[in-house]
Design a protein around this ligand. Structure first.
Ligand SMILES: Cc1cc2nc3c(=O)[nH]c(=O)nc-3n(C[C@H](O)[C@H](O)[C@H](O)COP(=O)(O)OP(=O)(O)OC[C@H]3O[C@@H](n4cnc5c(N)ncnc54)[C@H](O)[C@@H]3O)c2cc1C
Length: 407
C-alpha cells in the first residue's frame, strides 16, 4: 500500500488530505503531520489579534475531518525533509518514510536584517503569534491604566501588504474595547500606524479602488506612513525615514511599545534547511506542482511558486492559490496511484482579491469588477464559508463559519 505523507495541515495540506480520502477510499495510507492538533484559518487571524474571538472560533480539530481507517495524525514539528532517502524528520518522533510527500508548511516572516526587528518586532504568522500580540496589547492597555505611559497606547504595524492592512484595521476598529481596559480613555487616544516602503499601497487594485480603500483605512483610524524605510526598532520606539528625506537627516521616531512585524514573507524555513532548490523558502514547481527532479514531492501553497503565464513573476501566495493547488495535486496524485492518465498541466484561475477593512467593510476586485462596502465584506465572509465547507464540511462551517453578514 502506498504511503502519502502530508506535512502541514493548513489550507493546502488539509484540503489535499480531505480530497485524497474521498478519491482513494482506503487504497492508500495517509499521514498528516502538524505541530498543532487543529487546522486554523490563517486569513482570520486578525479576528483573534483584535480580541474579537477565541482561536477556537477560527479553527477546528484535525480529528473531526480525518478518516481514521486510512489517515493517521502525528502532532509534531517537522524539522527536515531528507528527500534523497524519502524520509521526514520530526522533533519528537522517529524519522519516517513516504512514497509521496505533500509539502504544505506555510509562511514565516523575515527581518531584512533591520536592527531590533528580531528582538522588538512581534511577528504574526500563526495562532500562537496572534495570541501573543493580542495579549501584549491587552497588557499595554493595563500598563497605561496604571502608569499613564503614552507609549503604551501607540501600536505600530511594520508592513503595508493587504494582510498587514487587515490586521491593523481590525485593531483600530476595536479601540473602544481596548480603551475600556486602559481605564475608560477616549478610543482616539489609541493610535495605530502602518509603515510601508512602497509609494503605492494595495497594487492589486486600480487607482480608484485603492483611493477608496485608503479612505476606509483612514476612517477606521489607521495612519499609513509611506513610502518609508524602517531604520530600527527599540523596546519603546520605531525609527524611520521617509523615502524623500535627506539621507543625512536624522531618523524620525514614533514612540510605541507595540510593534507588529508583517514584512519579509517567505516559505517555511524547513524548505531551505532541507536543501531544496528554492528562493525565500518557495520551490518553483513544475507543471504538475511537483518538485523538479523529485516527482514524488508536491509543494503547495506558501512553500511554492507558480509563474503567471507570459509574465516574469509568480502568482502572489494566497489561500485561494493554496486551495486550488490542493485540488490539482489530489487529482494528479489519485490518477498516478490508480494508474490513470494524469490531468493536463496545472493552471490557476485567479478569482480576485477582497481586502477587509475592519469587520464590516472591504474593497474587492473580482472577475473584472470592483466591489465596495458591505457587499465586499459579505463576499469576504462567504469566501471563508465556502472554504470551510469544502475542507471541513457542514459541521465545521456551522461551528466556525461567518454568518454575521448584515451586522
Ligand atoms: C492576516 C492574513 C490575511 C490573509 N487574507 C487572505 C485572503 O483574504 N485571501 C487569501 O487568499 N489569502 C489570504 N492570506 C494568505 C493566506 O492565509 C496564505 O497564503 C495561506 O494560509 C497559505 O496556505 P498554506 O496551506 O500554504 O499554509 P497555512 O494555511 O499557513 O498552513 C501551514 C500549516 O503548516 C503548519 N506548520 C508550519 N510549520 C510547521 C512545522 N515545521 N511542523 C509542523 N507543522 C508546521 C501550521 O501549523 C499550519 O497548519 C492572508 C494571510 C494573512 C496572514
Amino acid at each position: 500500500m502506498k504511503k502519502i505523507v502530508v506535512v502541514g495541515g493548513g489550507y493546502a495540506g488539509l484540503k489535499s488530505v480531505v480530497l485524497l480520502q474521498k478519491k482513494l477510499k482506503e487504497k492508500v495510507e495517509i499521514v498528516l503531520v502538524d505541530h498543532n492538533s487543529y487546522h486554523y484559518e490563517t486569513t482570520r487571524l486578525p479576528e483573534i489579534i483584535a480580541g474579537e474571538k477565541s482561536y477556537t472560533k477560527i479553527s477546528y480539530p484535525f480529528a473531526d475531518v480525518l478518516n481514521d481507517k486510512m489517515t493517521k495524525f502525528i502532532q509534531d514539528e517537522v524539522t527536515l525533509i531528507d528527500y534523497e532517502n524519502k524520509k521526514v524528520k520530526l522533533a519528537n518522533h522517529d524519522d519516517f518514510s513516504y512514497d509521496y510527500l505533500i509539502l504544505g508548511l506555510g509562511f514565516v516572516l523575515g527581518t531584512f536584517g533591520i536592527e531590533g526587528a528580531e528582538e522588538f518586532g512581534m511577528p504574526m504568522h500563526s495562532v500562537d503569534t496572534a495570541l501573543a500580540i493580542r495579549d501584549h496589547i491587552y497588557a499595554q492597555m493595563k500598563h497605561y491604566r496604571d502608569t499613564k505611559d503614552p507609549k503604551a497606547l501607540n501600536i505600530v504595524m511594520c508592513g503595508g501588504g493587504f494582510q498587514a492592512i487587515e490586521i491593523s484595521t481590525a485593531i483600530a476598529e476595536n479601540r473602544p474595547r481596548f480603551a475600556k481596559m486602559a481605564g475608560g480613555i477616549d478610543p482616539n487616544e489609541i493610535k495605530v500606524y502602518a509603515f510601508d516602503g512602497s509609494p503605492r499601497l494595495l497594487p492589486m487594485f486600480d487607482e480608484n479602488q485603492t483611493k477608496y480603500a485608503l479612505e476606509l483605512i483612514k476612517n477606521i483610524g489607521v495612519e499609513i506612513i509611506n513610502p518609508a524605510k524602517i531604520q530600527k526598532l527599540t523596546a519603546d520606539a520605531i525609527y524611520y525615514k521617509m523615502n524623500d528625506d535627506d539621507e543625512n537627516a536624522e531618523a524620525r521616531k514614533i514612540e510605541a511599545n507595540t510593534k507588529i512585524w508583517m514584512m519579509g514573507f517567505s516559505g517555511s524555513p524547513v524548505i531551505a534547511k532541507s536543501g531544496f532548490d528554492q528562493r525565500r523558502g518557495r520551490i518553483m514547481v513544475d507543471d504538475h506542482l511537483t518538485v523538479p527532479g523529485h516527482e514524488e514531492i508536491y509543494s503547495l501553497g506558501d512553500v511554492s511558486s507558480v509563474m503567471v503565464p507570459g509574465k516574469k513573476w509568480p502568482w502572489p501566495n494566497t489561500a485561494q492559490l493554496a486551495l486550488s493547488m490542493a485540488d490539482y495535486a489530489a487529482e494528479d496524485l489519485t490518477a498516478r496511484i490508480k494508474g490513470k492518465n494524469r490531468p493536463a498541466k496545472y493552471t490557476y484561475k485567479d478569482l480576485g482579491v477582497v481586502v477587509a477593512v475592519g469587520d464590516n467593510h472591504a474593497a474587492a476586485y473580482a472577475l473584472g469588477h470592483n466591489y465596495r462596502g458591505r457587499l465586499a465584506s459579505i463576499m469576504k465572509k462567504m469566501i471563508v464559508d465556502k472554504s470551510l465547507m469544502e475542507t471541513g464540511g457542514i459541521k465545521e462551517t456551522m461551528a466556525v463559519g461567518r454568518f454575521d453578514l448584515y451586522h
